[in-house]
Design a protein around this ligand. Structure first.
Ligand code: PGA
Length: 248
């Protein structure tokens, strides 16, 4: 299928150090110089390193910065939390919300994910809203029901204001991925619920060796990448694969 845009989002989770994150941002941005205009790359370092990454990037950078979570309130007595406006001030333009690693901590019901996504939009950030079934839900054939429930976090947002990432929990960090047909089925469900204009990324064990096959799936507009995006080499290989896909 011809594609006019691909999103590559690198989620560093709780990895790295300030100097390494800034160096990565600088070099990944440089690697994007020759990529097709439809390639949109986002780097989500730990929030503490956003400022340093922003300083390492030129004013006209192709690489955008994102955060890994935000609080739903504008401000207040929420010890340890970070608001969407604070992230924006530190250079973020995107923020991941509802990642399964946060949902697994038990304090991230769909209503809260929705509030976070709304707070992100209000602060001028584009939320990347993660949805996906657990291994048990997958085995019980409940994928479609889980996605339908989790998509309630998305429904009040204007189209174009957000991205969705379909991330089966059992595929994250496991080296396992759904079959292309399973990925296509999930993405078709999301697009039929939210509108065909919504860009839906796939996430879960994406790496240089499987990204071509994943990007070739119908309805896949990009990838949310964890482990394989921790190194410049890994990310550059995936930028190369996505660029080749866009030039087809
Ligand atoms: P992974 O993580 O690529 O290491 O599986 C993906 C994610 O959690 O977003």
């Amino acid at each position: 299928m011809e594609m006019d845009r691909i999103w590559l989002v690198a989620n560093w989770k709780m990895h790295g150090a300030r100097a390494r994150a800034a160096d990565y941002a600088y070099h990944i941005n440089a690697a994007l110089a020759s990529a097709p205009v439809g390639l949109h790359a986002v780097f989500c370092p730990p929030a503490l390193f956003l400022d340093a990454c922003a300083r390492a990037l030129p004013a006209n950078a192709r690489l955008a910065l994102g955060a890994q979570d935000c609080h739903e309130a504008g401000e207040g007595a929420f010890t340890g939390e970070i608001s969407a406006a604070m992230l924006a001030e530190s250079g973020a333009r995107y923020v991941i919300v509802g990642h399964s690693e946060r949902r697994a901590q038990g304090n991230e019901p769909c209503a809260r994910v929705r509030a976070k996504a709304q707070a992100a939009c209000a602060a001028g950030l584009k939320p990347i809203i993660c949805i996906g079934e657990t291994q048990a839900e997958y085995e019980a054939g409940q994928t479609a029901a889980v996605l339908a429930r989790q998509m309630t976090a998305v429904q009040p947002l204007p189209p174009g204001a957000y991205l969705v990432a379909y991330e089966p929990v059992w595929a994250i960090g496991s080296g396992k991925t759904p079959t292309p047909r399973e990925i296509e089925r999930a993405h078709a469900q999301v697009k039929s619920a939210l509108g065909s204009a919504v860009d839906v990324l796939y996430g879960g064990s994406v790496k240089p060796t499987n990204i071509r096959e994943i990007l070739a799936c119908d309805g896949v507009s990009g990838a949310l990448i964890g482990g394989a995006g921790l190194t410049q080499e890994g990310m550059q290989a995936m930028i190369g694969a996505a660029s080749a896909q866009l030039r087809k």
